[in-house]
Design a protein around this ligand. Structure first.
Ligand code: ATP
Length: 299
């Protein structure tokens, strides 16, 4: 049975590209609808519906695909506090109790504000990158130090404990969904799971457009650069790798104007600098995607 297409959550005329996010319109809309929209309901509506705010989501997929970008942008849209970002491996600490203390600290500010202001408190977003790192050792006997175990338990107790705390949203991120402890994924915990995959050709064109936008508006992007062509040539590139490609292309453009000589650095005509198609092609020889290869070769 074909289900009806969901209504768009986007206002007419709004473009995700204007927020600097390419190729993730569907994912962004779904995350917003499922995890954030209730946060901006008028007072009382959540209670009328008899639901609770989502407190945790998990974004998974290859590195550099925009997971952090989405989290930060949604936070901005909702006027949330500047997100606190923590990395799995960073949390793990060999000293007894220190890892749990790191987790406790992460939630402390939001807890304090909620005590003082209740539902008037701003939204606190906690981004937990490389969440898999603290899950690895859970349940492993012998080999692991057990530190990960207690970090997961501490996280669980924070998530379960925030029943009355409406001002916290934990965003877990991982490239290894299979490593994430199932206990973390249950309803009430990291309950919304969303895959953020590598961009398709259309997404890559959007991302290329975003990251060459500055060059275009400053008139330093040559007219011979064709974004559609580059989108075809960057199969398997992540968004982050596309930014790397743009940087490398710029470096080839500088190379025409700035030379190292025996008398130091010599620049010539930098005011006429243009980034050209050939610079992108040279960059494509240098910058390769981590996953797979850029298959569509130049014909
Ligand atoms: P990781 O798993 O390594 O933490 P991530 O998925 O969180 O990676 P981001 O940190 O969001 O990736 O992306 C890194 C940078 O790459 C961004 O700051 C942005 O410049 C660029 N980028 C990645 N994805 C996109 C995208 N979809 N649209 C525009 N830019 C992107």
């Amino acid at each position: 049975v074909k289900r009806a297409a969901p209504n768009s959550i986007v206002q007419p005329g709004f473009k995700f590209e204007d927020m600097g996010i390419g190729g993730l319109d569907t994912e962004f809309s779904a995350i917003f609808r499922r995890a954030f929209a209730s946060r901006i309901f008028p007072p009382g509506l959540v209670e009328k519906l008899g639901i609770q705010h989502v407190r945790g989501i998990l974004l998974y997929g290859p590195p550099g695909t925009g997971k952090t970008l989405i989290a930060r942008q949604i936070g901005k849209m909702l006027n949330a506090r500047e997100p606190k970002v923590i990395n799995g491996p960073e949390v793990l600490n060999k000293y007894v109790g220190q890892s749990e203390e790191n987790i406790r600290k992460l939630f402390a500010e939001a807890e304090k504000e909620y005590k003082e202001k209740g539902d008037e408190s701003g939204l606190h977003i906690i981004i937990f990158d490389e969440l898999d790192a603290v899950c690895k050792q859970r349940g492993t006997s012998g080999g692991g130090t057990g530190v990960g175990d207690s970090v997961v338990n501490q996280l669980l107790s924070k998530l379960d404990g925030v029943d009355q705390l409406n001002n916290i949203l934990l965003i877990g991120m991982t490239n290894r969904m299979d490593m994430i402890d199932e206990a973390l994924l249950r309803p009430g915990r990291l309950e919304v799971h969303m895959e953020i995959s590598l961009p398709d050709e259309h997404g890559r064109a959007q991302i290329l457009g975003i990251h060459t936008n500055q060059m275009r508006s400053n008139n330093v992007l040559d007219n011979d650069v064709n974004i559609e062509e580059l989108a075809k040539l960057t199969k398997n590139f992540s968004g982050a790798e596309i930014t790397g490609l743009v940087k490398a292309a710029s470096s080839f453009a500088f190379n025409r104007h700035v030379k190292v000589g025996t008398l130091g650095v010599i620049e010539q005509g930098v005011e006429n600098l243009k980034v050209k198609r050939q610079d992108f092609l040279s960059a494509l020889d240098e910058v390769k995607p981590l996953f797979g290869v850029a298959e569509e070769e130049l014909s």
